[in-house]
Write a protein that binds this ligand. Sequence first.
Ligand code: NAD
Length: 419
Amino acid sequence: MSESMLDTVLAQFHRAADQIGLKEDHRETMTAFKRILQTQFPVERDDGSFDIYEGYRVHHNVARGPAKGGIRYAPMVSLDEVKALAMLMTWKCAVVNVPFGGAKGGVIVDPAAMSRGELENLTRRFTTELEPIIGPDSDIPAPDMGTNAQVMAWVMDTYSMSRGYTVPGVVTGKPVALGGSAGRQEATGRGLMYVLQDHLRDAGGIQGRKVAVQGFGNVGSVVAKLLQMEGAVVTHISDKDIALHYPTGVDAAAAANYVAQGGTLTEWNEEHGRCEVVDAGDVLTADVDVIVPAAVEHVLTEENAPHVKASIVLEAANGPTTNAADAIFKERDITVIPDIVANAGGVTVSYFEWVQARQYVRWSEERVNEELRRLITAGYQTIAARQMSAKDGATLRDAANWIGIERVVEATELRGIYP
Ligand code: NAD
């Protein structure tokens, strides 16, 4: 059977646990899931019929604070995938040292096949199903694949209606007009750019590096745009329908702005881009310095990892690299900057949004970006230093997992076991 996302995340955990000699009881605590909600619920379609949907919300570990993690709407969602993503969130929050535990949610649905009204119905009903476990002190959802600021607005409104007053702290990634944070929409992409800057600081920086980006949604479009603005040459971009190549650099900023207005990459290329259309598989094996998988998990496998030409993999998506591919990259001396630090900009600014919501204050975008840089740079430098000080050829992913696990173990020990 092929490796599942949960297999990948658990194997990474056990490898890190072996390396740091984690005690057996902590190993059990760290791989236990605090709470799992699974629900099947009806949603009314525009023609008056009903369909039943299945959704999940998983809290992995909440030793360090309220559960935090996105909600994904996608046809391939499964309970195992949501558990894996919740566990990654636990380590990610610990690596950037924000006071949250790890959670994730998902609904098995193709949001592109629903009208706006149907999506609103689905979101409001799913929120109602989640009500017993979400809240500003307990579990704070955010956007992920297939969800966006509008979906978060519906989550907040539904939760607030049942309370009788507005509760802005129950979700992050809301529209700015509803208490969303300046800078949140771009935060994951911006964090990725900061981490790459840190990584290349003593190696000539981002200027002139050739980059290929897979996925052109919330994360991929922003990171492509920001890397281009920093002087990178973005030769390849792609989404689920098309892959584009322009040897001297696609105008990623123009494409990102076009897509942000609701257009597709295909339309942008027809109207403005004039890029060569290439095979989807060419993006990750392109002759570039950095590849940025920013779409779905497990796109880097033992089949394509031997053909990757880049020297750096910047993991924008969660879990884009299988364990087999990870081993090949290590063998080939290709550096993987792991998801739990690389894409932590989103949860970091979500934390700032939650703080602002709870204090009823607004930070400027400059302040948000400065604080983001401070926390994500500290996270990256801590793992880079830890990797350097390890003797046995540890990867950045190993070091990131050590830091994440150790911080959660420390919180668990300080709290003790109740009763
Ligand atoms: P999104 O739904 O906004 O965009 C996903 C993009 O990937 C779309 O352009 C889609 O067409 C493309 N895509 C889907 N399947 C593809 C395929 N097989 N090949 C190429 N492109 C494909 O999602 P997003 O919010 O940008 O999330 C992307 C990844 O980043 C996910 O793994 C998500 O968990 C992770 N992530 C997101 C955030 C966030 O703040 N949104 C934060 C951290 C991590």
